[in-house]
Design a protein around this ligand. Structure first.
Ligand code: NAP
Length: 392
Protein backbone atom coordinates (compact mmCIF):
# COMPACT_ATOMS: atom_id res chain seq x y z
CA UNK A 1 0.00 0.00 0.00
CA UNK A 2 1.42 3.39 -1.01
CA UNK A 3 0.45 6.57 0.79
CA UNK A 4 -0.19 9.29 -1.80
CA UNK A 5 -0.06 13.03 -1.56
CA UNK A 6 -1.65 14.76 -4.50
CA UNK A 7 -0.68 18.36 -5.22
CA UNK A 8 -3.29 19.85 -7.57
CA UNK A 9 -6.01 17.27 -6.80
CA UNK A 10 -8.87 19.29 -8.34
CA UNK A 11 -7.26 19.53 -11.80
CA UNK A 12 -7.25 17.23 -14.79
CA UNK A 13 -4.22 15.19 -13.67
CA UNK A 14 -5.46 15.31 -10.08
CA UNK A 15 -8.86 13.90 -11.05
CA UNK A 16 -7.27 11.14 -13.14
CA UNK A 17 -5.00 10.22 -10.22
CA UNK A 18 -7.97 9.94 -7.88
CA UNK A 19 -9.68 7.72 -10.43
CA UNK A 20 -6.70 5.37 -10.19
CA UNK A 21 -6.80 5.54 -6.37
CA UNK A 22 -10.49 4.55 -6.58
CA UNK A 23 -9.81 1.72 -9.03
CA UNK A 24 -6.92 0.32 -6.95
CA UNK A 25 -7.91 0.78 -3.31
CA UNK A 26 -5.58 -2.01 -2.17
CA UNK A 27 -2.56 -0.20 -3.64
CA UNK A 28 -3.05 3.49 -2.90
CA UNK A 29 -4.21 5.41 0.14
CA UNK A 30 -4.71 9.18 -0.23
CA UNK A 31 -3.19 11.01 2.76
CA UNK A 32 -2.90 14.57 1.46
CA UNK A 33 -4.61 16.78 -1.13
CA UNK A 34 -4.07 20.36 -2.29
CA UNK A 35 -5.79 22.80 -4.62
CA UNK A 36 -5.68 26.48 -5.52
CA UNK A 37 -9.10 27.85 -4.58
CA UNK A 38 -11.71 25.25 -5.55
CA UNK A 39 -13.00 24.45 -2.07
CA UNK A 40 -16.21 22.80 -3.37
CA UNK A 41 -14.35 20.14 -5.33
CA UNK A 42 -11.81 19.66 -2.54
CA UNK A 43 -14.64 19.16 -0.06
CA UNK A 44 -16.12 16.41 -2.25
CA UNK A 45 -12.68 14.78 -2.44
CA UNK A 46 -12.24 15.00 1.34
CA UNK A 47 -15.60 13.26 1.78
CA UNK A 48 -14.61 10.52 -0.63
CA UNK A 49 -10.94 9.91 0.31
CA UNK A 50 -10.68 11.12 3.94
CA UNK A 51 -7.09 12.47 3.74
CA UNK A 52 -5.33 13.50 6.96
CA UNK A 53 -4.23 16.89 5.69
CA UNK A 54 -5.31 19.25 2.89
CA UNK A 55 -4.30 22.74 1.78
CA UNK A 56 -5.65 25.47 -0.45
CA UNK A 57 -3.34 28.17 -1.80
CA UNK A 58 -6.12 30.71 -1.30
CA UNK A 59 -6.51 31.55 2.41
CA UNK A 60 -10.14 32.72 2.11
CA UNK A 61 -11.08 29.48 0.32
CA UNK A 62 -9.35 27.47 3.07
CA UNK A 63 -11.35 29.34 5.72
CA UNK A 64 -14.58 28.59 3.80
CA UNK A 65 -13.61 24.93 3.66
CA UNK A 66 -12.91 24.82 7.43
CA UNK A 67 -16.33 26.33 8.17
CA UNK A 68 -18.10 23.93 5.82
CA UNK A 69 -16.29 20.87 7.19
CA UNK A 70 -17.24 22.03 10.70
CA UNK A 71 -20.91 22.07 9.68
CA UNK A 72 -20.98 18.61 8.04
CA UNK A 73 -21.97 15.87 10.50
CA UNK A 74 -19.91 13.23 8.67
CA UNK A 75 -16.75 15.40 8.61
CA UNK A 76 -16.94 17.32 11.88
CA UNK A 77 -15.26 14.61 13.92
CA UNK A 78 -12.64 13.66 11.37
CA UNK A 79 -9.26 15.03 12.36
CA UNK A 80 -8.40 16.72 9.06
CA UNK A 81 -5.85 19.52 9.07
CA UNK A 82 -6.92 22.27 6.68
CA UNK A 83 -4.01 24.56 5.79
CA UNK A 84 -3.48 27.46 3.43
CA UNK A 85 -0.91 29.39 1.43
CA UNK A 86 2.45 28.20 0.16
CA UNK A 87 3.35 27.08 3.69
CA UNK A 88 0.27 24.86 3.78
CA UNK A 89 1.08 23.36 0.37
CA UNK A 90 4.65 22.67 1.51
CA UNK A 91 3.39 21.03 4.70
CA UNK A 92 1.13 18.65 2.73
CA UNK A 93 3.94 17.96 0.22
CA UNK A 94 6.22 16.82 3.04
CA UNK A 95 3.76 14.79 5.17
CA UNK A 96 5.74 12.22 7.07
CA UNK A 97 3.52 9.29 6.09
CA UNK A 98 3.60 10.09 2.34
CA UNK A 99 5.48 7.59 0.14
CA UNK A 100 4.79 9.25 -3.19
CA UNK A 101 3.93 12.82 -4.10
CA UNK A 102 2.06 13.46 -7.35
CA UNK A 103 3.11 16.96 -8.42
CA UNK A 104 0.19 18.22 -10.54
CA UNK A 105 -0.24 21.89 -9.70
CA UNK A 106 -0.30 24.01 -12.84
CA UNK A 107 2.51 26.50 -13.43
CA UNK A 108 5.19 28.02 -11.25
CA UNK A 109 3.02 27.71 -8.10
CA UNK A 110 4.20 24.08 -7.94
CA UNK A 111 7.89 24.96 -7.62
CA UNK A 112 8.22 25.37 -3.84
CA UNK A 113 5.99 22.42 -2.83
CA UNK A 114 7.74 20.14 -5.34
CA UNK A 115 11.18 21.26 -4.15
CA UNK A 116 10.11 20.68 -0.54
CA UNK A 117 8.83 17.17 -1.37
CA UNK A 118 12.18 16.33 -2.98
CA UNK A 119 13.96 17.69 0.10
CA UNK A 120 11.81 15.39 2.25
CA UNK A 121 13.03 12.39 0.17
CA UNK A 122 9.61 11.63 -1.33
CA UNK A 123 9.41 9.78 -4.62
CA UNK A 124 7.89 12.27 -7.08
CA UNK A 125 5.47 11.53 -9.92
CA UNK A 126 6.02 14.75 -11.85
CA UNK A 127 3.31 16.19 -14.08
CA UNK A 128 3.92 19.86 -13.21
CA UNK A 129 6.58 20.66 -15.83
CA UNK A 130 7.00 24.37 -15.14
CA UNK A 131 9.22 23.90 -12.04
CA UNK A 132 11.67 21.85 -14.14
CA UNK A 133 11.61 24.53 -16.84
CA UNK A 134 12.36 27.23 -14.28
CA UNK A 135 14.83 25.40 -12.06
CA UNK A 136 15.77 22.10 -13.72
CA UNK A 137 19.40 21.97 -12.61
CA UNK A 138 18.53 22.89 -9.01
CA UNK A 139 15.70 20.34 -8.74
CA UNK A 140 17.82 17.57 -10.26
CA UNK A 141 20.77 18.36 -7.99
CA UNK A 142 18.49 18.20 -4.98
CA UNK A 143 16.93 14.93 -6.21
CA UNK A 144 20.40 13.42 -6.61
CA UNK A 145 21.48 14.69 -3.20
CA UNK A 146 18.39 13.08 -1.62
CA UNK A 147 18.77 9.91 -3.71
CA UNK A 148 15.24 10.08 -5.13
CA UNK A 149 13.87 9.68 -8.65
CA UNK A 150 11.62 12.07 -10.53
CA UNK A 151 9.17 9.78 -12.32
CA UNK A 152 7.70 11.47 -15.40
CA UNK A 153 3.93 11.70 -15.83
CA UNK A 154 3.88 13.72 -19.05
CA UNK A 155 3.03 11.11 -21.69
CA UNK A 156 6.05 12.03 -23.85
CA UNK A 157 8.53 11.79 -20.99
CA UNK A 158 6.95 8.62 -19.70
CA UNK A 159 7.40 7.20 -23.21
CA UNK A 160 11.08 8.19 -23.25
CA UNK A 161 11.56 6.83 -19.72
CA UNK A 162 10.01 3.52 -20.81
CA UNK A 163 12.00 3.46 -24.07
CA UNK A 164 15.24 3.97 -22.12
CA UNK A 165 14.50 1.25 -19.60
CA UNK A 166 17.38 -1.27 -19.59
CA UNK A 167 19.44 0.90 -21.97
CA UNK A 168 22.63 2.84 -21.30
CA UNK A 169 22.23 6.62 -21.41
CA UNK A 170 25.52 6.99 -23.26
CA UNK A 171 24.10 4.91 -26.13
CA UNK A 172 21.34 7.48 -26.78
CA UNK A 173 21.80 9.51 -29.94
CA UNK A 174 18.68 11.66 -29.64
CA UNK A 175 15.23 11.94 -28.13
CA UNK A 176 12.25 12.46 -30.43
CA UNK A 177 9.25 14.10 -28.78
CA UNK A 178 5.95 13.77 -30.59
CA UNK A 179 3.36 16.56 -30.68
CA UNK A 180 -0.24 16.25 -31.83
CA UNK A 181 0.03 19.83 -33.10
CA UNK A 182 -3.01 21.00 -31.12
CA UNK A 183 -6.32 22.31 -32.45
CA UNK A 184 -4.86 25.02 -34.71
CA UNK A 185 -2.30 22.95 -36.58
CA UNK A 186 -3.79 23.48 -40.03
CA UNK A 187 -5.01 27.03 -39.50
CA UNK A 188 -3.06 29.51 -41.68
CA UNK A 189 -1.13 32.25 -39.83
CA UNK A 190 -3.46 34.94 -41.18
CA UNK A 191 -6.50 33.32 -39.50
CA UNK A 192 -4.87 32.96 -36.07
CA UNK A 193 -5.29 36.60 -35.09
CA UNK A 194 -9.00 36.21 -34.33
CA UNK A 195 -8.95 32.80 -32.64
CA UNK A 196 -11.06 32.88 -29.48
CA UNK A 197 -10.06 30.93 -26.35
CA UNK A 198 -13.00 28.51 -26.74
CA UNK A 199 -11.56 27.39 -30.09
CA UNK A 200 -7.95 27.26 -28.91
CA UNK A 201 -8.97 25.17 -25.89
CA UNK A 202 -10.39 22.35 -28.05
CA UNK A 203 -7.50 19.90 -28.08
CA UNK A 204 -8.01 17.11 -30.64
CA UNK A 205 -6.88 14.20 -28.46
CA UNK A 206 -6.40 15.17 -24.79
CA UNK A 207 -8.76 16.72 -22.19
CA UNK A 208 -6.57 18.94 -20.03
CA UNK A 209 -6.53 22.11 -17.93
CA UNK A 210 -6.86 25.46 -19.70
CA UNK A 211 -3.24 26.60 -19.38
CA UNK A 212 -1.72 23.45 -20.91
CA UNK A 213 -4.44 23.45 -23.60
CA UNK A 214 -3.45 26.95 -24.75
CA UNK A 215 0.23 25.93 -24.49
CA UNK A 216 -0.64 23.05 -26.84
CA UNK A 217 -2.28 25.42 -29.31
CA UNK A 218 0.86 27.63 -29.42
CA UNK A 219 3.19 24.59 -29.19
CA UNK A 220 4.81 26.26 -26.16
CA UNK A 221 3.82 23.07 -24.36
CA UNK A 222 6.22 21.15 -26.60
CA UNK A 223 8.90 23.77 -25.98
CA UNK A 224 8.44 23.38 -22.21
CA UNK A 225 8.64 19.62 -22.73
CA UNK A 226 11.97 19.94 -24.57
CA UNK A 227 13.34 21.75 -21.50
CA UNK A 228 11.71 19.18 -19.21
CA UNK A 229 13.35 16.35 -21.20
CA UNK A 230 16.72 18.10 -21.07
CA UNK A 231 16.64 17.95 -17.25
CA UNK A 232 14.86 14.63 -16.75
CA UNK A 233 17.18 12.69 -19.04
CA UNK A 234 20.33 14.85 -18.98
CA UNK A 235 20.39 15.18 -22.79
CA UNK A 236 21.42 18.51 -24.37
CA UNK A 237 18.67 20.32 -26.32
CA UNK A 238 20.43 19.95 -29.69
CA UNK A 239 19.82 16.20 -29.32
CA UNK A 240 16.11 16.59 -28.63
CA UNK A 241 13.88 16.79 -31.70
CA UNK A 242 10.16 17.43 -32.07
CA UNK A 243 7.92 15.88 -34.73
CA UNK A 244 4.24 16.49 -35.35
CA UNK A 245 2.34 13.23 -35.00
CA UNK A 246 -1.38 13.90 -35.40
CA UNK A 247 -2.64 10.54 -34.15
CA UNK A 248 -1.10 10.78 -30.63
CA UNK A 249 -0.38 7.05 -30.71
CA UNK A 250 3.43 7.13 -30.61
CA UNK A 251 3.99 9.02 -27.36
CA UNK A 252 7.71 9.62 -28.05
CA UNK A 253 10.87 7.82 -29.16
CA UNK A 254 14.54 7.33 -28.40
CA UNK A 255 17.12 6.84 -31.12
CA UNK A 256 20.28 4.92 -30.21
CA UNK A 257 23.82 5.05 -31.62
CA UNK A 258 23.22 2.00 -33.82
CA UNK A 259 20.26 3.71 -35.52
CA UNK A 260 17.62 1.72 -33.62
CA UNK A 261 14.59 3.73 -32.60
CA UNK A 262 12.55 2.55 -29.63
CA UNK A 263 9.05 4.02 -29.43
CA UNK A 264 6.32 3.68 -26.83
CA UNK A 265 2.76 3.51 -28.16
CA UNK A 266 -0.72 3.28 -26.73
CA UNK A 267 -4.19 4.75 -26.85
CA UNK A 268 -4.05 8.38 -25.66
CA UNK A 269 -5.23 8.24 -22.03
CA UNK A 270 -3.34 9.93 -19.20
CA UNK A 271 -4.09 6.99 -16.89
CA UNK A 272 -1.40 5.08 -18.85
CA UNK A 273 1.61 7.28 -17.94
CA UNK A 274 0.09 8.18 -14.57
CA UNK A 275 -0.43 4.55 -13.61
CA UNK A 276 3.13 3.72 -14.70
CA UNK A 277 4.56 6.48 -12.48
CA UNK A 278 2.34 5.66 -9.49
CA UNK A 279 3.10 1.96 -9.47
CA UNK A 280 6.61 2.00 -10.98
CA UNK A 281 8.20 -0.38 -11.85
CA UNK A 282 5.10 -2.59 -11.97
CA UNK A 283 2.33 -2.05 -14.53
CA UNK A 284 -1.28 -1.78 -13.43
CA UNK A 285 -4.13 -3.62 -15.20
CA UNK A 286 -5.78 -0.34 -16.17
CA UNK A 287 -8.50 -1.80 -18.36
CA UNK A 288 -7.74 0.61 -21.20
CA UNK A 289 -8.74 -0.54 -24.70
CA UNK A 290 -6.11 -2.30 -26.83
CA UNK A 291 -4.33 -0.29 -29.47
CA UNK A 292 -5.90 -1.45 -32.75
CA UNK A 293 -3.22 -0.51 -35.29
CA UNK A 294 -5.25 -1.89 -38.17
CA UNK A 295 -7.95 0.65 -37.32
CA UNK A 296 -5.45 3.50 -36.88
CA UNK A 297 -4.01 2.50 -40.30
CA UNK A 298 -1.50 5.32 -40.76
CA UNK A 299 0.97 6.92 -38.37
CA UNK A 300 2.23 10.21 -39.80
CA UNK A 301 5.17 12.41 -38.83
CA UNK A 302 5.86 15.98 -40.00
CA UNK A 303 8.39 18.66 -39.06
CA UNK A 304 6.96 21.51 -36.95
CA UNK A 305 6.57 24.87 -38.69
CA UNK A 306 8.42 27.40 -36.52
CA UNK A 307 6.85 30.34 -38.40
CA UNK A 308 3.40 29.15 -37.32
CA UNK A 309 4.63 28.12 -33.88
CA UNK A 310 7.38 30.55 -32.82
CA UNK A 311 7.02 29.63 -29.13
CA UNK A 312 8.69 26.27 -29.79
CA UNK A 313 11.76 28.09 -31.15
CA UNK A 314 11.77 30.46 -28.16
CA UNK A 315 11.90 27.54 -25.76
CA UNK A 316 14.89 26.00 -27.61
CA UNK A 317 16.60 29.40 -27.51
CA UNK A 318 15.92 29.76 -23.77
CA UNK A 319 17.35 26.38 -22.81
CA UNK A 320 20.37 26.77 -25.10
CA UNK A 321 21.25 30.15 -23.52
CA UNK A 322 20.20 28.88 -20.10
CA UNK A 323 20.67 30.67 -16.76
CA UNK A 324 17.64 32.78 -15.86
CA UNK A 325 16.18 32.81 -19.39
CA UNK A 326 14.00 29.63 -19.12
CA UNK A 327 12.39 31.02 -15.93
CA UNK A 328 11.71 34.30 -17.72
CA UNK A 329 10.26 32.46 -20.75
CA UNK A 330 7.99 30.50 -18.42
CA UNK A 331 6.88 33.58 -16.47
CA UNK A 332 6.11 35.55 -19.64
CA UNK A 333 4.17 32.59 -21.04
CA UNK A 334 2.07 32.24 -17.86
CA UNK A 335 1.23 35.95 -17.89
CA UNK A 336 0.45 35.92 -21.62
CA UNK A 337 -1.75 32.80 -21.48
CA UNK A 338 -3.75 34.21 -18.58
CA UNK A 339 -4.20 37.53 -20.43
CA UNK A 340 -5.35 35.65 -23.52
CA UNK A 341 -7.82 33.50 -21.55
CA UNK A 342 -9.21 36.70 -20.01
CA UNK A 343 -9.55 38.21 -23.49
CA UNK A 344 -7.09 41.02 -22.75
CA UNK A 345 -4.79 40.09 -25.67
CA UNK A 346 -5.24 38.24 -28.95
CA UNK A 347 -3.83 34.79 -29.75
CA UNK A 348 -0.85 36.06 -31.75
CA UNK A 349 0.11 38.42 -28.92
CA UNK A 350 1.04 35.45 -26.72
CA UNK A 351 4.20 34.79 -28.75
CA UNK A 352 4.90 38.52 -29.27
CA UNK A 353 4.76 39.20 -25.56
CA UNK A 354 7.11 36.34 -24.76
CA UNK A 355 9.54 37.56 -27.44
CA UNK A 356 9.43 41.10 -26.09
CA UNK A 357 10.07 39.92 -22.51
CA UNK A 358 12.94 37.63 -23.56
CA UNK A 359 14.53 40.40 -25.63
CA UNK A 360 14.48 42.76 -22.65
CA UNK A 361 16.16 40.21 -20.37
CA UNK A 362 19.88 39.96 -19.70
CA UNK A 363 20.33 36.31 -18.67
CA UNK A 364 22.01 35.75 -15.31
CA UNK A 365 23.45 32.59 -13.79
CA UNK A 366 21.00 30.86 -11.43
CA UNK A 367 22.64 29.19 -8.44
CA UNK A 368 19.78 29.05 -5.99
CA UNK A 369 16.00 28.90 -5.80
CA UNK A 370 16.05 32.60 -4.82
CA UNK A 371 17.79 33.43 -8.13
CA UNK A 372 15.05 31.50 -9.97
CA UNK A 373 12.26 33.23 -8.06
CA UNK A 374 13.86 36.60 -8.80
CA UNK A 375 13.94 35.79 -12.55
CA UNK A 376 10.31 34.65 -12.32
CA UNK A 377 9.30 37.94 -10.62
CA UNK A 378 11.21 39.98 -13.20
CA UNK A 379 9.62 38.10 -16.11
CA UNK A 380 6.11 38.50 -14.70
CA UNK A 381 6.48 42.23 -14.13
CA UNK A 382 7.94 42.83 -17.57
CA UNK A 383 5.28 40.71 -19.30
CA UNK A 384 2.43 42.31 -17.32
CA UNK A 385 3.72 45.74 -18.40
CA UNK A 386 3.78 44.56 -22.01
CA UNK A 387 0.16 43.34 -21.70
CA UNK A 388 -0.86 46.83 -20.54
CA UNK A 389 1.09 48.52 -23.34
CA UNK A 390 0.05 46.21 -26.18
CA UNK A 391 -3.23 44.67 -24.97
CA UNK A 392 -6.78 45.59 -25.92
N1 NAP B 1 -3.76 17.56 -18.08
C1 NAP B 1 -2.91 16.76 -18.64
O1 NAP B 1 -3.31 15.82 -19.34
C2 NAP B 1 -1.43 16.96 -18.46
C3 NAP B 1 -0.53 16.13 -19.15
C4 NAP B 1 0.82 16.29 -18.92
C5 NAP B 1 1.30 17.25 -18.05
N2 NAP B 1 0.42 18.06 -17.41
C6 NAP B 1 0.94 19.10 -16.50
O2 NAP B 1 0.38 18.89 -15.20
C7 NAP B 1 0.14 20.14 -14.55
C8 NAP B 1 -1.35 20.21 -14.20
O3 NAP B 1 -2.11 20.24 -15.39
P1 NAP B 1 -3.70 20.10 -15.38
O4 NAP B 1 -4.11 20.02 -16.80
O5 NAP B 1 -4.10 19.02 -14.45
O6 NAP B 1 -4.11 21.54 -14.80
P2 NAP B 1 -5.52 21.99 -14.21
O7 NAP B 1 -6.59 21.07 -14.66
O8 NAP B 1 -5.64 23.43 -14.52
O9 NAP B 1 -5.32 21.79 -12.63
C9 NAP B 1 -4.40 22.55 -11.93
C10 NAP B 1 -4.40 22.20 -10.46
O10 NAP B 1 -3.51 23.14 -9.80
C11 NAP B 1 -4.24 23.87 -8.80
N3 NAP B 1 -3.74 25.25 -8.75
C12 NAP B 1 -3.96 26.25 -9.64
N4 NAP B 1 -3.34 27.38 -9.25
C13 NAP B 1 -2.73 27.07 -8.06
C14 NAP B 1 -1.95 27.83 -7.14
N5 NAP B 1 -1.66 29.12 -7.36
N6 NAP B 1 -1.49 27.22 -6.05
C15 NAP B 1 -1.78 25.92 -5.81
N7 NAP B 1 -2.52 25.15 -6.63
C16 NAP B 1 -2.99 25.73 -7.74
C17 NAP B 1 -5.69 23.82 -9.27
O11 NAP B 1 -6.56 24.09 -8.18
P3 NAP B 1 -8.00 24.82 -8.44
O12 NAP B 1 -8.87 23.78 -9.08
O13 NAP B 1 -8.45 25.19 -7.08
O14 NAP B 1 -7.73 25.99 -9.32
C18 NAP B 1 -5.75 22.37 -9.78
O15 NAP B 1 -5.87 21.49 -8.69
C19 NAP B 1 0.59 21.22 -15.54
O16 NAP B 1 1.90 21.61 -15.23
C20 NAP B 1 0.56 20.51 -16.89
O17 NAP B 1 1.50 21.05 -17.80
C21 NAP B 1 -0.93 17.94 -17.59
Amino acid sequence: MKNLVLLGSTGSIGTNTLRLATDFPDRFRVVGLTAGSNSDKLLAQIRRFRPRCVALADAAAAERLRRRCGRQPDLRNLEIEILSGTEGLVRVATLEEADLVVSAIVGSAGLLPTFAAIGAKKTIALANKEPLVMAGSILQQEAQRQGITLLPVDSEHSAIFQSMSGQRRRDVRRLILTASGGPLLDLPIGKRRTIKPAQALKHPTWRMGSKISIDSATLMNKGLEVIEARWLFDIPPDRIDVVIHRQSIVHSMVEYLDGSVIAQMGVPDMRGPLGYALNYPERLPLGLPSLELTKVKALTFEPPDLKKFPCLGYAYEAIKIGGSLPAVLNAANEVAVRAYLEDRIGFLEIARLIRKTMDAHVPQAVKSLEDVLEADRWGREKAAKAVKEDGR
